[in-house]
Design a protein around this ligand. Structure first.
Ligand SMILES: [Mn+2]
Length: 357
């Protein structure tokens, strides 16, 4: 049987011949990416000679931010050179002769909406938007992971599930269902049934496999300051102030060890996006939940006014010694422990909007 690696490398070689393009949702998480690849592989095995292209809907440079996917793909022996990203092809051209399969979403968004009339198949676990009623199969079921639906198709086809395919499916199901835990409220009977069939084919036992995928999700060791800032980033215009807020999952102290010139990294990121204000909200567990806040703004005055306002709103900020605050030509940066851990980005955003309106 054609190994999944060979399938991917052939799919890449024949991009311009693709008759079916399989895409996940815009967030391009592990579920979306693993589902695209495995479902495309299955369709190709069912109809040899049908060129099916699994397409990752993020630029290639963003893939390293999905650290859990990086790990699971590696464990599945997937060569990243054979994975195709949306910035590497002319999708308009391909869609002149191809149809679209949606996995892990059931409604096209943004720029892709123009392909609405070309959706022929759906496998998803989100709320059914009731679109593309002629799609076949059209499977929208509230299971824990889309990969469970893909796996069921695989088992139904009678085609053997290899070790590497099992790793892609099993790793994703465990992550999406928090290790099949009932109290996490995500797992369904189907997820459990599928897990019971694919996990025995995986090289790691269930608990160890889950722990590793989960750990890799938070493994930011290989990322630069620029990557850490853009990994989970939101931007908004607040009156005359252009404000960016990053959410990072590591202590500021650890970040300062990875990058001994955080001030420059923040200044460069802010300059590239013409920001007046750049905040990083750092959340981590060690062993209790903690928050840090980094404030980068144009001047010490601007900083002091914002700090006073944030303290009035009970963020309970105390300066961190390491790293020290720093004034440079490009801006002023300070680092705090945020005592009030209840203030998340969702809550901080409206507070800032009020302040700058
Ligand atoms: Mn999903």
């Amino acid at each position: 049987m054609l190994p999944i690696q060979t399938f991917l490398s052939l799919a890449k070689k024949h991009v311009s011949d693709a008759k079916l393009v399989v895409i996940g949702n815009e967030a391009a998480d592990l579920d979306s990416m693993a589902s695209s690849i495995v479902y495309a592989y299955l369709r190709n095995l069912q109809v040899p000679g049908l060129f099916v292209l699994p397409l990752m809907v993020i630029p290639r440079e963003d893939f390293i931010l999905r650290t859990e996917a990086l790990y699971v793909f590696k464990e599945a022996n997937i060569d990243l050179d054979d994975v195709i990203f949306i910035d590497e092809l002319d999708l308009d051209k391909i869609m002149e002769q191809a149809a679209l399969v949606l996995v892990d979403h059931n409604k096209l968004a943004g720029d892709l909406k123009k392909f609405d009339s070309q959706v022929v198949t759906i496998l998803d676990h989100h709320r059914d938007e009731g679109l593309y009623k002629t799609a076949s199969p059209r499977i929208v079921e509230p299971v824990g992971s889309t990969t469970s639906l893909v796996a069921r198709e695989f088992f139904t086809s009678g085609i053997e599930v290899s070790r590497d395919v099992a790793v892609l499916l099993g790793g994703t199901i465990l992550l999406d269902t928090v290790n099949l835990a009932d109290d996490a409220g995500r797992v369904t009977e189907l997820d459990k049934e599928i897990a019971a069939r694919v996990l025995p084919l995986c090289p790691l036992p269930q608990q160890k496999f889950f722990d590793t995928v989960q750990k890799e999700k938070f493994n930011v060791a290989g990322l630069s300051t620029n990557d850490l800032l853009r990994k989970d980033y939101k931007e908004s215009q607040l009156g005359t102030v252009k404000c960016g807020i990053a959410s990072a999952l590591l202590p500021v102290e650890q970040w300062a060890e990875i990058d001994n010139d955080l001030a420059s990294g923040f200044a460069k990121f802010a300059a590239g996006r013409t920001l007046d204000l750049l905040l990083s909200m750092n959340a981590y567990t060690n062993p209790e939940f903690n928050r840090n806040l980094v404030i980068f703004c144009k001047s010490k005055d601007a900083h002091d006014q914002l700090l006073t306002y944030l303290q009035e709103n009970e963020l309970d900020l105390t300066p961190l010694d390491c790293p020290a605050q720093k004034q440079s030509d490009s801006g002023f940066i300070t680092f705090y422990r945020q005592g009030n851990i209840g203030i998340s980005r969702k809550k901080l955003q409206p507070l800032l909007a009020d302040f700058y309106k």
